[in-house]
Design a protein around this ligand. Structure first.
Ligand code: HEM
Length: 461
């Protein structure tokens, strides 16, 4: 009945994508109710199992395609990227991250913003190497303080705040403090709500006064840090801000915003992966033991370890790759087909501006590609495993694919490895292993939720 009503109302539009398989839509929500109370990437994975690599769905009266096919995803994100553009989450994120970010830009504007992004600077690797020491010192102190906390803590929140402080040291040259972290979360909550509403309803400017207050303080702080860094007779410093200002980067609002957005670009996703790694290690003692042996040799070095030594920890690399596969922090994002013309995909013609869901969740767990896919098994990345499934390949793309692949990947990998290494070598996480891994969806990122644990001295029982 509801299906016939849907066809009656939207029949003319339905012809356009009729060639693709998908669940029958019903009036008035189409297939929108499939997503209510569910994690959207799991719904997309179910569609893959039931309908294959492309599924046509309806969000109310608006058709969309859900892509789970590596070849088609490769076309959309990479080889035919010019036939597609990024609409969502532009409107949702504009009030939070401003227009000064490649993440929500398109066309020539995107190209210019991507090229001038701080992480596209010459000598990125040398700068990353210079940050191992200050970030490590901050993380050691942060972990030392955590060991004094008497009761169990929320592991996701704790690791995220630790990571935020480590990002602050590298990018701004100092720990910014708890208030600034609160502003970040306030801005993040507004962005999160808007991203969730984005595909369902028209978006209006935020109404929450705390959002505006946090945003004012957030940007004012970064403007003042830039003024301080430009003041005469500053001692030489290695943080990203000082390095880029020394190299003559103009201290414009655009630069300030791009620097501030490094937190939004990566603090939620990078430290989701660190927490997922800690969870997986606690549930796989043999893996943890092997990693601890490797890290023991790393921190036992004199002088202390550098970037090269960190990167030579191959098992640490395997653990992280596996956490990014099993618990992909960015499991779903969107593209639209060109606004002004029809484009073809999968042998069919898409009407202008067709919405596409792109998910890596199903492909990261596809049993046709991965052996025992739900098992956390870092050794699958050894003996040629990493070469067979490089970042940005068909069944493995936690950082995206093609020209818009994550600009923060090198920094994120280094920060995640450093944080894991310092947590594991300076503490023993007593995780409450009775608690299941539950997923949350915040600011477009999959984060574990509800994990509790205590950080104890190494060797204590
Ligand atoms: C584990 C950590 C991270 C993950 C899993 C991740 C994931 C992703 C993914 C999947 C994309 C592609 C989105 C799309 O194609 O629509 C992306 C793009 C992007 N990421 Fe990350 N990211 C991480 C860390 C970071 C960090 C630390 C930054 C800091 C700058 C960052 C900044 C960006 C930006 C600016 C883009 C847009 C690039 C463009 O459109 O040209 N990310 N990221």
């Amino acid at each position: 009945m509801r299906s016939s009503l849907f066809r009656l109302v939207h029949g003319s539009k339905m012809k356009a994508l009729d060639g693709f398989p998908g669940p029958a839509p019903s009036f008035p929500f189409g297939n929108g109710l499939d997503f209510v109370g569910k994690l959207p990437w799991e719904v997309c994975a179910r569609y893959a199992r039931e309908y294959g690599g492309v599924t046509r769905i309806w969000l109310g009266g608006r058709p969309a395609l859900v892509l789970n096919d590596p070849k088609l995803i490769g076309e959309v994100l990479d080889t035919r990227a010019d036939d597609f553009y990024k609409n969502s989450p532009r409107t949702a994120l504009l009030p939070v991250i401003t227009d000064n970010c490649p993440f929500i830009a398109n066309g020539a504007d995107w190209k210019a913003k991507r090229e001038s992004h701080p992480f596209r600077m010459d000598g990125l690797r040398e700068w990353l190497a210079s940050q191992v020491e200050p970030m490590r010192a901050m993380l050691r102190e942060g972990v030392r303080l955590l060991k004094n906390v008497p009761g169990p803590v929320d592991v996701t929140q704790t690791v995220q705040q630790l990571g935020f402080d480590a990002f602050s040291v590298a990018v701004w040259g100092c720990v910014l403090g708890a208030d600034v972290y609160e502003w970040f979360l306030t801005l993040g909550k507004t962005g999160d709500l808007r991203m969730k509403l984005d595909l369902m309803a028209p978006l209006f400017p935020p109404i929450n006064p705390w959002f505006y207050s946090a945003r004012r303080k957030w940007f004012a702080l970064f403007s003042s840090l830039m003024d301080q860094a430009k003041a005469p007779d500053q001692p030489p410093r290695s943080d990203l801000l000082s390095v880029l200002l020394q190299r003559g980067r103009p201290s414009s609002d655009a630069f300030r915003d791009a620097m501030a957005n490094i937190f939004f670009g990566g603090a939620f996703s990078a430290f989701s992966a660190v927490t997922s790694s800690l969870y997986s290690l606690a549930h796989n003692p043999a893996v943890e033991q092997r990693l601890r042996v490797e890290l023991g040799a790393l921190v036992g070095r004199d002088p202390d370890y550098d970037l090269e030594a960190l990167e030579s920890c191959t098992y640490l690399d395997c653990v992280l790759r596996e956490a990014l596969r099993v618990y992909s922090p960015a499991p779903l994002y969107f593209r639209n087909s060109a606004k002004d013309r029809s484009v073809s995909l999968g042998g069919q013609t898409l009407p202008p501006n067709t919405l596409l869901f792109i998910s890596n969740w199903f492909l990261h767990h596809d049993p046709a590609h991965w052996n025992d896919p739900d098992r956390f098994d870092p050794s699958r990345w050894e003996n040629g495993g990493a070469e067979q499934n490089p970042f940005g390949s068909g069944w493995y793309f936690p950082f995206g694919r093609g020209p818009r692949t994550c600009v923060g990947q090198p920094f994120a990998m280094m920060a995640m490895k450093l944080t894991l290494a310092e947590i594991l070598t300076n503490s023993r996480l007593e995780l409450d292993r009775t608690l299941p891994y539950r997923q949350d969806f915040f600011f477009g990122v999959m984060t574990p939720k509800g994990l509790k644990g205590s950080f104890r001295p190494v060797g204590s029982s």
